[in-house]
Design a protein around this ligand. Structure first.
Ligand code: MGP
Length: 337
């Protein structure tokens, strides 16, 4: 960790840290004989029906969405995993600003195309959608669950996000990043497209459909994946290891470069690599638990081919650390004295 500063805004504080991937390489070599055993994490999902919500999240509802009372819709997973609005807005704004120097755009008046790889009920997609078109021109919202996409569309309308700024794609996001994009361009080579087509529908004025809605290119990937349930905190301070504790199902019969053997699972490090290879700029934004082990972020960065420094933000709400965000794609060494 090389430097640290604090940004404050409306009850939210963000610590900015810069992690050196070179430093992580040294740590990796030193730790090679002290590998953690592959102990499985205990996953306890809340026993709630899709329409019930834990008191703790209900109490935070207007922090999750300032327009909650206008009719925001969330399912049980959405309740515990959606990013609080002020954090989502901050991250989106940071991406909008960073992208201007990082992404070479074909049209000077247009912004970047962001792939929101785990859209869920839309908290982050809405935040990206609020940015001016000169920063973000399109958000491609991917999720396996069409009902979540419908809720996200409904929620986006409550925030008056233009209908042509969000497109909702029902698909396995690993498949999208691994098989549909390479170096930022849409590729058709290996994709059994017929198997992955989903019917098209209009919802709250937005289009929801399958892979045929994917745009020809993407500039940045935003990753806010499931962390394995609500008890990630039991792994302790710095105990959440991206390579060990995050497991995302890749609905794909053949194993690829990114899956762990034939398990059909991609770990958090493989996920970053997949996202990086999908974009040309390698601009990837990664939301992970507050107890994410920073060395595991460094290892994941190296594994995905990044060099130099990674920007790492800790987001506090009313003095409590909520989430952390890592920004990959630019070497931040110049900012570090
Ligand atoms: P939390 O730890 O469940 O709540 O999630 P809280 O109120 O901070 O916990 P407590 O210690 O006060 O009891 C904190 C934040 O992390 C949530 O608001 C979500 O933004 C995010 N989050 C939590 N989970 C379990 C997930 C997840 O699985 N995926 C993603 N992407 N975000 C999550």
């Amino acid at each position: 960790m090389l430097t640290k500063m604090v940004i404050r805004q409306e009850g939210m504080e963000t610590n900015e840290l810069y992690l050196s991937t070179r430093l992580q390489l040294r740590i990796k070599i030193r730790n090679i004989f002290r590998r953690n055993s592959n102990r499985p994490i205990r996953v306890i999902y809340p026993i709630l029906s899709p329409y019930e919500v834990h008191d703790k999240y209900w109490a935070q509802r207007r922090r999750l969405f300032s327009r909650f009372d206008e009719g925001i819709m969330l399912d049980s997973e959405g309740w515990y995993s959606v990013t609080p609005e002020v954090i989502a807005d901050h991250v989106a704004k940071t991406v909008g600003q960073m992208s201007q120097s990082m992404v070479k755009l074909s049209h000077p008046y247009e912004g970047i195309v962001v792939l929101d790889a785990f859209c869920g009920c839309g908290g982050n997609a809405i935040a990206f959608g609020k940015l001016p078109i000169s920063q973000v021109s399109l958000v491609v919202c991917v999720d396996l669950d069409r009902n979540k996409l419908r809720m996200a569309a409904h929620n986006a309308r409550l925030y008056n996000i233009p209908h042509d700024k969000l497109v909702f794609v029902e698909a396995n996001t690993c498949f999208v990043m691994d098989q549909c994009y390479n170096n930022g361009e849409l590729v058709f080579d290996n994709a059994p497209w017929d198997c992955y087509m989903s019917p098209r529908e209009q919802c709250a004025g937005y289009t929801i459909g399958g892979l045929d809605l994917l745009p020809f290119h993407v500039d940045a990937v935003f990753l806010d994946p499931p962390w394995g349930g609500v008890d990630y905190g039991e792994l302790g301070k710095d105990g959440y290891d991206l390579g060990r504790d995050m497991q995302i199902r890749y609905h794909q019969s053949k194993s690829t470069n990114f899956t762990n053997g034939d398990s059909g699972l991609v770990d958090g490090s493989g996920l970053l690599k997949m996202a990086a290879s999908a974009t040309r700029s390698k601009l990837v934004i990664y939301d992970t638990p507050r107890n994410t082990n920073k060395k595991s972020i460094g290892r994941a960065a190296l594994n995905a081919g990044y060099k130099g420094n990674v920007k790492f933000e800790e987001h506090y709400l009313n003095g409590r650390l909520k989430t952390v965000t890592s920004y990959f794609g630019r070497d931040f060494s110049g900012l570090v004295a």
